[in-house]
Design a protein around this ligand. Structure first.
Ligand SMILES: [Zn+2]
Length: 89
């Protein structure tokens, strides 16, 4: 299927992050956790999904899954932190 090889990068409206939906294969990643992958290029985080639909849905709310912490300061980073900072502002 052609759709499986298409790369879709979107700028997320909530966090301004660059989010891509693609297949695990296209990124050379293990598809065991789900053949579809949502990637946050801004924070270099990713999440596997079983279906394209789930991956597309996750792409609209990266603050639900894109989180990390700075190894030095232990401050949270990622889309969740961006979104929470927006709410406080
Ligand atoms: Zn992110």
């Amino acid at each position: 299927m052609d759709m499986e090889t298409a790369r879709i990068v979107r700028k997320n409206r909530r966090t301004g992050s660059e989010i891509e939906v693609c297949t695990a294969d296209s990124q050379g990643m293990d598809p065991d956790g789900g053949k579809w992958v949502t990637l946050c290029w801004t924070h270099h985080t990713m999440m596997n999904h079983e279906t394209r639909w789930e991956a597309d849905r996750a792409a609209t709310t990266p603050d639900d899954w894109c989180e990390g912490s700075d190894p030095d300061t232990r401050e949270s980073t990622g889309c969740r932190a961006v979104w929470e900072a927006k709410q406080e502002g």
